[in-house]
Ligand binder design. Structure first.
Ligand code: MOS
Length: 704
């Protein structure tokens, strides 16, 4: 038997990415980069009307163009079975539900030929009037059955109206957030190839096992007929959480043309085909005693969905668990418009919801004359307000205190609009962050190789987060060896069912299965010699996850921002940000820090820049590219510091990790908006805080 020395604990040590060299040298292959023989290229053609029907597709002329192999459209595409996601039923009917919907796929021998032919393709339409006007008083506004993923649409505890009437202080305000678009660096792409009745797809996604299930259902295949490979993925934010158009279209086209086919979306197409964050309108009412003790929280959130699929953002759910209150009302309203289907985008629910809640908390602190950190501490609940459940751990107060100290909060003069630096007004703001810490069933396999090394297989996805590296540290510790002795293989549906890299549940779910498999492997290996093909042990956490005790499990954080505002030009510049988080055990501090900074940067971007603008006449987003849709760039991002408080939580999973994918964005826009108020004395309740909005709220005197 191979003797293995007990290694130092790896979890908690900063470790560079295992695949870093592959990535920077170009050796790492992404879904659209596999060089298959006879590869053909599919280019998606999208609708140019806001609603109606396809009247004709001028395929014949296009088929005569150089290199063109096929034009797929609703009249000739293979028939699909409903996989429970109507957005994937592509080219099945002549209906056009919104601008930018898929109406055809042009396949040619080269990408250039396919692109030229797609541009030349003439599609005519029978146009019908579209409705893209999102307003709270829309006549078709309704109460959804539940909100994403399975929360009650309404929660009511006690009588908020009576509590509000009796309250000494009331904050009653409406906040809005715009449509925000997922813009992962790598656009969605798939390379699909059939060998007889077996389909292999290289696909850019957050979960190969989940995409496989969609393909199995869509094409009516058996489990062993489909393999999804996703070794490297260039970001997702939620937009790759489930299958998207390219994997369906490439699989279809590869079958029809009997050649491997690659389909990659253009940046512009991502604005209508991958799912975005719904705009929200949020009516928020807080009632409190003069000392800031909250007696009522009333959160009513409006959002939109498409006519294709109901997606109900869980915007008001955050208000059910964040602060102690005697009475609570958290409700959602939804309207189905002729718009692209909104889906997940980093911290669905909590990201927009925290903007309203954490802004309103700041307004309440102002109204009560209580420091906003102190006000939050006064309203810290002992159990989850909605359910009465105990928290598995809740370190919000520790984050606020640690952050206050590191940020220099104690010197802060609470009065707004009094600090100046040349043309700039300066202010600081704080907000709380939270995200659920859930765990889902996963499987993993661990192999002891005859040469003394170990191989771990899990259908995890590393979308740039460093998941592969973190899992290697966890596996090394579970096996008691150095990380260099362990190879972790991910992104292959052959490895079995596993949670997606989403909902901040990836690490918590995968580490459990990986740890179990490694521990059982050590037991097996101690009992016998390692045969030539190694010893492999598999683990499935389904039963253990199901048996978890009922607790409220969340991560928390405190966001701080300092801003400079020029009320004459309307400019808002963030000078510094600090985030202190509590998310259980931090597996790899190096990549964890990057991920939290990334979330905070995305929050800054949402606070000041991001907004997809819907044109009611065309039904299209007018700024559907990165020239018009502004994402924070280096010059927008100042010093961002991240820290965390030590938190040990044995109730989340054996590794004690809570997940950090979404937490960093939550509360960041509110911290910035609260800082803008502190700088200027004027509340900004609509995102993004554009220059025109700042100018509009600071009328200049009529004198020269
Ligand atoms: Mo994230 S929106 O859970 O992929």
């Amino acid at each position: 038997m191979t003797v293995i020395e007990k290694a130092e604990q790896q979890v908690g040590t900063s470790t560079t990415r295992i695949e870093a060299v592959d990535k920077v040298t170009g050796a790492a292959r992404y879904a659209g980069e596999y060089p298959l023989d006879e590869l053909a290229h599919g280019v998606v053609v999208t609708s140019t009307i806001g609603r109606g029907r396809v009247a004709s597709v001028g395929a014949d002329e296009i088929l005569a163009m150089p290199g063109v192999i096929a034009v797929l459209h609703h009249g000739n595409a293979p028939r699909l079975h409903d996989p429970g996601d109507a957005t994937l039923l592509l080219l099945q009917a002549d209906t056009v539900p919104h601008q930018g919907a898929v109406v055809a796929l042009v396949v040619a021998s080269s990408l250039e030929q396919a692109r030229a032919a797609a541009e030349a393709l003439v599609v005519t339409y029978d146009e019908e009037p579209h409705d893209v006007g999102f307003t709270a008083d829309h006549p078709k506004m309704y109460v959804p059955d539940h909100v994403n993923p399975a929360f009650d649409t309404e929660t009511v505890i006690g009588d908020v109206d009576a509590a509000t009437q009796a309250a000494e202080v009331v904050v009653d305000a409406t906040y809005t957030t715009p449509t925000q678009q997922n813009n992962a660096m790598e656009p969605h792409a798939t390379t699909a190839t059939w060998h007889g009745d077996h389909l292999t797809v290289f696909d850019s996604n957050q979960g190969a096992a989940s995409v496989k299930q969609s393909i199995v259902k869509l094409f009516g295949l058996d489990q062993d007929q489909v393999r999804v490979l996703s070794e490297h993925v260039g970001g997702g934010f939620g937009s790759k959480g489930t299958a998207r158009a390219p994997v369906v279209l490439a699989s279809m086209a590869a079958r029809t043309t009997e050649r491997p086919v690659r389909v990659a979306l253009s940046r512009q197409q991502m604005f209508s085909l991958v799912g975005y964050r719904t705009p929200t309108i949020q009516q928020m009412r807080l009632a409190a005693g003069r000392d800031g003790t909250i007696t009522a929280i009333d959160h009513l959130a409006y959002s939109q969905t498409s006519t294709v699929l109901e997606f109900a953002e869980q915007t008001a759910v955050i208000s059910r668990m964040m602060y102690a209150t005697e009475t609570l009302r958290s409700r959602h309203r939804l309207v189905a418009l002729d718009v692209p289907t909104p889906r997940w985008m980093r911290a669905p629910g909590e990201a927009p919801g925290s903007f309203a809640l954490e802004s309103a908390i700041d307004e309440l602190a102002e109204a009560c004359g209580v420091d906003p950190i102190e006000l939050r501490i006064r309203n810290e609940p002992t159990t989850e307000p909605e359910s009465g459940l105990a928290f598995s751990s809740r370190s919000l107060v520790a984050c606020l205190r640690e952050g206050a100290q590191r940020f220099g909060w104690h010197d802060r003069d609470p009065r707004p609009g009094i600090r100046q630096d040349g043309r700039w007004l300066l202010g600081t703001g704080v907000a709380a962050a939270t995200y659920p810490a859930r765990t889902a069933p996963s499987t993993a396999a661990a192999t002891a190789e005859p040469d003394g090394r170990f191989t771990v297989r899990v259908t995890a996805s590393d979308i740039g987060t460093g998941a592969r590296t973190a899992l290697t540290l966890v596996a090394a510790d579970a096996l008691g060896v150095a990380p260099g002795q362990v190879t972790v293989l991910i992104g292959d549906s052959e490895f079995g069912q596993a949670m997606i890299a989403g909902g901040s549940m990836g690490m918590s779910s995968w580490t459990w299965a990986v740890t179990d498999a490694c521990h059982e492997l050590l037991v097996e290996r101690a009992q016998r010699e390692i045969p030539a093909d190694g010893i492999t042990v598999t683990a499935d956490t389904a039963a253990k996850v199901k048996a978890m005790s009922r607790l409220s499990r969340h991560s928390f954080g405190a966001q701080f921002a300092e801003v400079a505002v020029d009320v004459r030009t309307g400019e808002v510049r963030v000078r510094r940000m600090l985030g202190i988080f509590a998310a259980g055990r931090i597996v790899n501090p190096l990549t964890a820090r990057s991920q939290l900074i990334g979330g905070m940067t995305m929050g800054l971007s949402a606070a000041l820049l991001e907004e997809a603008i819907m044109d009611s006449a065309s039904g299209d987003y007018v700024n559907h590219d990165l020239a018009g849709y502004h994402v924070a760039a280096h010059a927008d991002v100042p010093s961002i510091e991240v820290g965390w408080v030590d938190e040990v939580d044995h109730e989340v999973n054996p590794a004690g990790v809570k997940g950090i994918g979404e937490l960093g964005i939550v509360g960041a826009p509110a911290a910035i908006a609260n800082a803008v108020w502190h700088a200027t004395g004027v509340r900004q309740r609509d995102l993004p805080i554009r220059p025109d909005r700042v100018i509009d709220t600071h009328p200049r005197p009529n004198t020269a």
